[in-house]
Every structure is written in C-alpha cells, then in structure tokens.
Design a binder for this molecule. Sequence first.
Ligand SMILES: N[C@@H](CCC(=O)N[C@@H](CS)C(=O)NCC(=O)O)C(=O)O
Length: 158
Amino acid sequence: MCGTKKTGIHRRFFFVCKKSGKLRALLHSLREAFNVFVKALRVGLGQLIIFIDFLTRPGKKQRPAEAQAKVNSAAKDLTLYQFHACPFCVKTRRTLRRLNVPVALRDAKNSEQDRQTLLEQGGKIKVPCLRIEENGQTTWMYESKVIIDYLDKRFAAA
Ligand SMILES: N[C@@H](CCC(=O)N[C@@H](CS)C(=O)NCC(=O)O)C(=O)O
C-alpha cells in the first residue's frame, strides 16, 4: 500500500508512511534498549544481593554432634528449589545456614530438568519451593515466609 505512486497526493502519503515506518523502527529500537537496560539492572541487582549476602552471612547454629547428626539426617528428606540471585531464595538459604540444616539445592533457573520437576510436581514455577518428603508423602511448600516459619519451628530447637 505504501509507496505505490510518488506523484501528487501519493507522494505526500508515501512520505507519511515512510516517516511512520521510521518512527516505528525508532520505537522498536527504544523498546529493545529499554529491555536490555532492565535486564542489566536485574542482573546487577541480583549480583549485589549475592555480594551483600556473602558479606553479612549469619553464623551456623552449633549443636552437639549427635543433635547435628539428627538434623543432617532429617535434611535428607528436604530439597529447596530456588534461583541463585532471587532475594526470597537468598533469605531462605540464609535461614538454612543460620539453622545449620544442610538441604540439597536445585537450580530451577538453569537446570531444565529441575525446572520441569518443579512445574510438573510442584504445580508452578515459583521459587523458593521446599520439597518435603515425610511418611511416604511429598509436600511442595511455596512462599519464603511459610518455608522459613516451617524451618524455624522444626529446627531452631533441635
Ligand atoms: N512471595 C513469594 C515471592 C517469590 C517470587 O516472586 N519468586 C520469583 C523469583 S524472585 C519467581 O519465582 N518468579 C517466577 C519466574 O521468574 O519464573 C515468596 O516470598 O516466596
């Protein structure tokens, strides 16, 4: 439609179309640049969170060897599905460290297999998610606050 004849009114129309095409291209480029900026900001923020977490890590709870052995054994039935730089996951991992509960971590961002397992068995891709194996039953616990409360209740006094 645009640019069929370049005389009279068509020339004017052709000019507008050409201009709007340029405008569209410009808007597209701006949108692309904005997306790159947001992505860089998110990655930068994630790295900053990891760095601050590293600097301010809580100390591990100390227990008598026997009590720690029990906690280690209980931790074998737990798995945390998480993203490395997600602030809610960092918060949950800090709790695991503070309580000294060696839970296996699964990277639901970079491991396609772990991501699929979380989606198919947990029900959605949202992290953190704690997989709890108890009396032959599996529970997929979502929400960092719920997980942290559960861990505190179960291991703070252990
Ligand atoms: N209220 C939730 C928020 C968790 C959340 O928003 N997690 C994000 C990562 S930081 C997520 O899983 N997003 C899904 C995705 O990126 O696919 C909590 O406290 O656990």
